[in-house]
Design a protein around this ligand. Structure first.
Ligand code: NDP
Length: 289
């Protein structure tokens, strides 16, 4: 039987309408959730992502600011801007679009963002809070995956979850969030021996590799939940994930398509985090930092 398709577009729409309602409520208290996005250089993909984030802010009635800098910007100038935004009461979330040019230390930039405005959830304080199960800003893509499963009524507790990929923004935090949900988690990566032996045992398989057609049907356990995080182009230049969707959907129980699966959730969770930051915002506390 063909898999049930996890429609990230629809789920995202539903969550965004809930966010919009909360934004309206906050506005009655004279708080407009505000997101500042910093974009460095001319990376076309980054530019597209930033545009989508700004559009989402507008659609949900949030305030958004874009700061664009040339590739040659000094690290100190960037750090100064972040410091200024840390103290700006109209801004509740700060996002620095990655990647940054090589002469800029990404770690230093991420750590300069106030953990209370770190709506990407990349600051070590938020990562530590996530790992210890405390309230935190969760990284948007992994968070989006968890919300997709929740909306589909899929409980991860006790399940074998295999995450392929161990990046700081997708792979590692995805596994951690599944662990927080009481799953048994295995991480696979480029040095993993016999990948298929692991993936065939997965009740939930998350692929965050970045290679088209990397996961074929023979890697998937019958009835498994397949979450495809990859964003790739196939030979025809069309957008596709890591999973060979047409054959995988014949064996999986649930599957996310690309596009229209995990992708829309990433920006939705960014909006959710910005709303959360605005709700928690306490100007007096910010000013003493
Ligand atoms: P990275 O390149 O940082 O990580 C890729 C991971 O895949 C690495 O951990 C690497 O292992 C692993 N890998 C590479 N080759 C193999 C292999 N042959 N077998 C097993 N593992 C392998 O990518 P990201 O985590 O940033 O992104 C992953 C994908 O997700 C990309 O396509 C990206 O575009 C997409 N993405 C999608 C988002 C969305 O909103 N849908 C958001 C963010 C990313 P090793 O660590 O050993 O090198």
């Amino acid at each position: 039987m063909a898999a049930q398709i996890i429609n990230g577009k629809e789920i995202s729409k539903k969550i965004r309408s809930e966010i919009a309602k909360e934004v309206d409520e906050l506005k009655k208290l004279n708080v407009i959730p505000g997101l500042a996005v910093i974009l460095v250089g001319n990376n076309q993909a980054s530019r597209t992502y930033v545009k989508s984030k700004q559009k989402a802010c507008q659609e949900l009635g949030m305030h958004s600011l874009l700061f664009e800098y040339p590739e040659t910007i000094e690290e100190s100038e960037l750090l100064n801007k972040i410091e200024e935004l840390n103290h700006d009461d109209t801004i509740h979330g700060i996002l620095v679009q990655l990647p940054l040019p090589e002469h800029i230390n990404e770690v230093k930039v991420i750590e300069a963002i106030s953990p209370d405005k770190d709506v990407d959830g990349f600051h070590p304080i938020n990562i530590g809070r996530m790992m210890t199960g405390q309230d935190a800003f969760l990284p948007c893509t992994p968070y989006g995956i968890m919300v997709l499963l929740k909306e589909m009524g899929i409980d991860a507790a006790g399940k074998n979850v295999v995450v392929i990929g161990r990046s700081n923004i997708v792979g590692k935090p995805s596994g951690q969030l599944f662990l927080n949900e009481n799953a048994t988690v295995t991480y696979c990566h480029s040095k993993t021996k016999d990948l298929k032996a692991h993936t065939k045992k997965a009740d939930i398989l998350v692929s965050a590799v970045g290679k088209a057609n990397f996961i074929t049907a023979d890697f998937i356990k019958e009835g498994a939940v397949v979450i495809d995080v990859g964003i790739n182009r196939n030979e025809d230049g069309k957008l596709c994930g890591d999973v060979a969707f047409e054959e995988a959907k014949e064996i999986a129980g649930y599957i996310t398509p690309v596009p229209g699966g995990v992708g829309p959730m990433t920006i939705t969770m960014l909006m959710y985090n910005t709303l959360k930051a605005a709700k928690k915002f306490q100007p007096a506390l910010q000013k003493t930092k």
